[in-house]
Design a protein around this ligand. Sequence first.
Ligand SMILES: NC(=O)c1ccc[n+]([C@@H]2O[C@H](COP(=O)([O-])OP(=O)(O)OC[C@H]3O[C@@H](n4cnc5c(N)ncnc54)[C@H](O)[C@@H]3O)[C@@H](O)[C@H]2O)c1
Length: 377
Amino acid sequence: MKNILITGGAGFIGSSLAIKLIEKGYKITILDNLSTQIHGEDPETTSPLYNKIKDKVNFIKGTVTSREDWEQALKGQHVIVHLAAETGTGQSMYCIEKYTEVNIQGTAIMLDLLANNENNIEKIVIASSRSIYGEGRYRHPELGIVYPSHRKENDMLNGDFEVKYKDGQNLELLATDEDSKIHPSSVYGITKQNQEQMIMTVCPTIGIAPVAFRYQNVYGPGQSLSNPYTGILSIFSTQIRNGNGIKIFEDGKETRDFVYIDDVVNATILGIEKEEANGEVFNVGTGVPVDVSTVANTLISSYNIEVPVTITGNFRLGDIRHNFADLSKIKSKLGFEPTVYFEEGIKNFSNWVLQQEIQEDKLSDSLAEMKAKGLYK
Ligand SMILES: NC(=O)c1ccc[n+]([C@@H]2O[C@H](COP(=O)([O-])OP(=O)(O)OC[C@H]3O[C@@H](n4cnc5c(N)ncnc54)[C@H](O)[C@@H]3O)[C@@H](O)[C@H]2O)c1
């Protein structure tokens, strides 16, 4: 059985993936710096994610920005699943150096080592993101398929949040396929595009098979309930359980494609195991958009805690309006089918949340940071 290195393997996706791969007989090494934003101030004792995997894997506490840590982690590996990253879209718009250092430079160091040193790596699977598509794919009544650029701040200040084409025409939302235009609207998205392009360009020249997964919004048991920078289901859950009202951005009709953690793990394993995945990029989602007001109201009824919901009309620069995945390629090439849709997944998620300690609600601090930078209106 192969040895697999998972960077960021103590995180939400990585820890679930590690457990599943161990069950399948793989030997797992994890390189993770146990970032405090995800794992808290005292990760070795209090992080449930870290505790889930620590005795089951060869754990290296280190950072993907260090050449030495990569050298140690790469020894004896056959496959790399590169998940370690800074992941907050909003935060990426003002922590630009940190996001590019961890996400882009971290990937560059990995590839530089592999291009210049002997190694046994056969495949690299990288976590890309739907954020690289920006506003996604639409049908214009006269022009056909178009890829509108990001929304105008002035329109949004006037409460007009829908995506329009540059001639002002209203558009019909379509699922985004892998051939859709890549035009991210956040620094996070740019770093994901860059990671994906680097592995797709370099790996074939050094005899390594690259695979990229463009995950939609991943959710489920295990996701960090204390990180106020990303993970809308966690953020809302922590607010509701603290008895705080939910303030919804825009008009609440913005949508995301919420994909359940087990489906993401299964897709990623297909990428590791199937030769048909080599050299390819795949969307991973459910193909079903769900709006943010529905998310808030479903969670409130799941927890049975009455809190006020306010549609604020506020917005964050860098956020997109809608995006959902066209899954034709991953279905036909890898045989992937999502198995858990929103209604069932949110039940599993909220049942799990109820077994966790209530975390401090830090959303207002993170929004104050964004407001001070002019990124939250
Ligand atoms: N969760 C989603 O909705 C989603 C969607 C699209 C793409 N992705 C991508 O999937 C990957 C995993 O996401 P996740 O949701 O599990 O995130 P996560 O934040 O739960 O996990 C990331 C892990 O990386 C570690 N890490 C951060 N900086 C590091 C560094 N410098 N060196 C080593 N480790 C570091 C963190 O400690 C954490 O354990 C990321 O690359 C993310 O961009 C996630």
